[in-house]
Design a protein around this ligand. Structure first.
Ligand code: AMP
Ligand code: ZN
Ligand code: FE
Ligand code: FE
Length: 287
């Protein structure tokens, strides 16, 4: 299908022209940055952001592939942060990727993720699910190492039959292989992204336990946007988040959280409708 025809088909199917939340092999996605860009082109997208977990290592490759394909590319990241009640994911867009504080933080994330993987392997082996660190590293490749890679090693070794089972049986909080990982606080992540001239955006707000309670400190730290179009958010949910974003002057962004393949995030790339002007609104929020 030509790009034009693909765009027509996508619009009819309710999808959009952009996707601002995706993962590649630089973290736990299944497609390389180049393959992800090729898929975006095939699906008729005009704008794509790459937002890997705790790493910007995939951005140069994605950016080069996008330039070659005349696709608008938005450099991004998804930082792991935590509050007492659980996890908060902070997206960052348009950061200066040479910023040394940002780079230092990402190096720290990387080292911490590697140490955590080792600890997970030790605990799993003690709990009767022996896997080797070498296999986990083989699945992670050069990427930001995480539970999905451990899950693939568990499946390979016969300790689970699906990603979901691997998580539920071994890897979620309370299970033998669960190990906390290094995370920033949400305001620290916001300040880090701001200091690198990027725009911080709260990811999938439904997963935040006490959004109303948390929001004031996020706003004070410099939050610039919130994902209001995400996964399968229905109309009422979208309306609530859009109203909240408007009230606080936040850019409403969105995406599919595409990881490739099955697992927790199965939505096809570009399948969430997002107003295209939000990219320029983000750019306007850069310092
Ligand atoms: P980590 O950052 O290492 O804690 O791993 C979290 C990642 O695991 C998420 O970004 C998802 O991509 C993936 N994930 C979480 N829960 C599940 C699940 N039940 N099945 C498959 N993948 C999952
Ligand atoms: Zn992920
Ligand atoms: Fe996330
Ligand atoms: Fe994500």
């Amino acid at each position: 299908m030509s790009g034009e025809a693909a765009r027509g088909a996508r619009a009819r199917a309710g999808g959009g022209l952009l996707d601002l939340h995706t993962h590649s092999t630089a973290s736990d996605g299944l497609l390389t940055p180049t393959q992800l860009v090729a898929l975006a082109v095939e699906r008729g997208l005009q704008t794509l952001a790459l937002t890997d977990h705790d790493t910007i290592a995939g951005l140069p490759e994605a950016s080069a592939a996008a330039t070659a394909a005349a696709l608008r590319f938005v450099p991004g990241v998804e930082l792991s942060t935590h509050v007492e009640a659980g996890e908060v994911h902070m997206l960052g867009y348009f950061m200066d990727t040479a910023d040394s504080a940002l780079r230092d933080a990402l190096v720290r994330f990387r080292a911490a993720r590697a140490g955590r993987a080792e600890e997970m392997v030790t605990r799993l082996s003690a709990a009767g699910a022996p896997i080797t660190l070498a296999r986990v590293h083989a699945f992670a490749g050069d990427g930001s190492i995480g539970r999905p890679h451990v899950a693939r090693a568990l499946i390979e070794a016969g300790h689970a039959t699906s990603l979901n089972e691997a998580f539920e049986r071994w890897l979620v909080r309370g299970r033998p292989g669960y190990v906390e990982r290094f995370r920033l606080t949400p305001p620290d992540a916001i300040r880090l992204i701001r200091a690198a001239h990027g725009v911080p955006v709260l990811a999938h707000p439904h997963s935040v336990d006490d959004l109303a309670g948390l929001l004031p400190e996020l706003l004070a730290a410099g939050l610039g946007g919130m994902e209001c179009y995400y996964g399968d958010y229905d109309e009422p949910r979208k309306r609530d988040y859009l109203a909240l974003a408007r009230r606080h002057g936040l850019v409403a962004t969105g995406g599919t959280d595409y990881h490739g393949g099955g697992g927790a995030h199965r939505r096809p790339l570009g399948s969430v409708h997002i107003p295209p002007q939000c990219v320029d609104e983000l750019l306007a929020r850069r310092a």
